[in-house]
Write a protein that binds this ligand. Structure first.
Ligand code: ATP
Length: 327
């Protein structure tokens, strides 16, 4: 065995279904290779406040089907400060943790990078875990597939009632900065329009665009709105257009936190298990400050530097495709 004797593992930022499969992947791979594993509860908060738990093989039994994260998660303001990170470093040293695997979104990976720039002797490897799928360097983030399926199921149900009552529905989905969930769920559900944070000026075209559908008497119209859309959320947009569609009942549904929960999909579990395994292997190969990602069905290592600096882009051509497919 190499110089790493003990690995710390944590989940940070928003929880995402499949994080448990990643924790399991990290824990069992490290144990298999003769390392010890410490679970750090509540992300960076637990690192600063010494909330540590010894992980055995059975600590991760029967968790694959559970949403959320058994290690809990948090957002830590203290870790944003040098003083907080110093405390975290001292705690890792005292607990004899030689390396850390961080499972979280771009904020969590940014925190890992900042820490590694200050303290060189504890390598960090990241695993992309967020329902938003907005991390550069990986085709999938853990939790995205499950969240997408949850949205699709909900929108299908809303479509049934929308069609029965001639309703125009504005459905708000998660995505403060990224439209991946909105775009893919819109394609999957045949939405008439999709409003995403990455594209500007969409609402001004919306009335004219939807009027076309109304002229040909569609029995329902669904507009998917990513929460970070520039014109506000679904309620604000519905309010601004409702007088133009007096023949239709305009309704709003905000899907909210149901999008984070639930049993992880098979896809999320597979990706999470593979990335958990790969993260430990990366540490054993002396890698540091990298994220393990999933690219064209292969596991890749991407430096934190790139992950943080570069932005994963939605393909705006897909919006035009949605227009065509909903004629
Ligand atoms: P999600 O995509 O689900 O929101 P996330 O990982 O992006 O997840 P954030 O709240 O952005 O969630 O970040 C999680 C934590 O990472 C923060 O609470 C903070 O402790 C740490 N962090 C983020 N940015 C920095 C930074 N610039 N310096 C130090 N720590 C940071």
């Amino acid at each position: 065995m190499g110089k790493i004797k003990r690995i710390g593992v944590l989940t940070s930022g928003g929880d995402a279904p499949g994080m448990n499969a990643a924790i399991r992947g990290v824990t069992r791979t490290a144990l298999y290779y003769g390392m010890k594993v410490t679970g750090i509860r509540y992300g960076y908060h637990g690192m600063i406040h010494n909330d540590l738990v010894e992980m055995k093989a059975n600590s991760v039994s029967n968790i694959l089907a559970r949403g959320g994260t058994i290690l809990k998660t948090a957002r830590s303001k203290e870790f944003m400060e040098a003083e907080g990170r110093k405390l975290a470093y001292e705690n890792l040293k005292a607990a004899e943790i030689d390396a850390v695997v961080v499972i979280g979104g771009d904020g969590s990976l940014t925190g890992a990078r900042v820490f590694c720039d200050e303290y060189y002797d504890i390598p960090f490897v990241g695993i992309p875990g967020t329902i938003d799928n907005d991390i550069y360097g990986t085709d999938y983030t853990i939790g995205y597939d499950t969240a997408l399926n949850t949205v699709v199921e909900a929108v299908d149900k809303i479509r049934d009632t929308a069609g029965s009552h001639n309703r125009l529905f504005f459905i708000e989905v998660m995505g403060r900065d990224a439209g991946f969930i909105a775009l893919s769920s819109g394609i999957a559900c045949g939405a008439e329009a999709i409003l995403i944070p990455e594209v500007h000026g969409q609402v001004s075209n919306l009335k004219e665009y939807l009027q076309k559908d109304f002229k040909r008497n569609k029995s329902s119209n669904i507009v998917i709105v990513a929460e970070g859309n520039e014109s506000g959320g679904a309620f604000a947009i519905a309010e601004s257009v409702k007088d133009d569609f007096t023949d239709f009942d305009v309704r709003v549904s905000v899907l909210g936190h149901i999008q984070r929960g639930g049993t992880p999909s098979a896809h999320d579990r597979v990706v999470a298990g593979k990335l958990g395994f790969a993260a430990v292997e990366a540490l054993m190969d002396d890698q540091k400050s990298v994220m393990v990602g999933y690219h064209n069905n292969e596991i890749d290592q991407v430096p934190f530097r790139k992950v943080i600096k570069l932005k994963k882009k939605v393909d705006p051509d897909h919006l035009q495709m949605v227009e065509i497919l909903s004629i």
